[in-house]
Design a protein around this ligand. Structure first.
Ligand code: FES
Ligand code: FES
Length: 153
């Protein structure tokens, strides 16, 4: 059955069963490969997208549950918080292999949207589910602080 998904501001028709994970629809059916597959069981955060602005693990979200909610992937991220995060990420050279980083950025934007001035503890509490095998955690935390200051400027 065809399901229409609202992704990055456009309607996308996906001819797939309702229990297909959103991650598969995004990557395999629609070819948007910025969102990554890591664990498949909601434990690593690599697949994080926003559903109605909320960071969500796409590997554990059936497309049948999404309805008309607005899905945003790394390809469609925009706005002042996203710009602050992306520019801080770039300037602080956060990325190592890069595999986890689109998920990290989606979560960081979610955090700063909810809490524009997080302290270290708030960052750790919010970001703990985004695993980085290259252990870039110190730079991720610094970049979130930097993005927070850029949002104030
Ligand atoms: S691939 Fe979804 S949380 Fe790991
Ligand atoms: S940068 Fe390599 S997994 Fe995070």
């Amino acid at each position: 059955m065809a399901i229409t998904l609202n992704i990055n501001g456009s309607a996308h028709e996906v001819d797939a069963p309702e229990d297909m994970p959103l991650l598969w629809a995004i990557r395999d059916v629609l070819g948007m490969t910025g969102t990554k597959f890591g664990c498949g069981v909601a434990s690593c955060g690599a697949c994080t997208v926003h559903v109605d602005g909320e960071p969500t693990r796409a590997c554990q979200t059936p497309i049948g549950s999404v309805g008309e909610a607005a899905v945003t992937t790394i390809e469609g991220l925009s706005g002042p918080v996203a710009q602050a995060v992306q520019s801080a990420w770039q300037d602080l050279d956060v990325v190592q292999c890069g595999y986890c980083q689109s998920g990290q950025i989606m979560s960081a934007v979610g955090l700063l949207t909810e809490n524009p001035k997080p302290d270290d503890q708030a960052i750790d509490d919010y970001m703990w589910g985004n695993v980085c095998r290259c252990a870039t955690y110190t730079r991720i935390r610094a970049a979130i602080h930097e993005a927070s200051s850029r949002m104030e400027a």
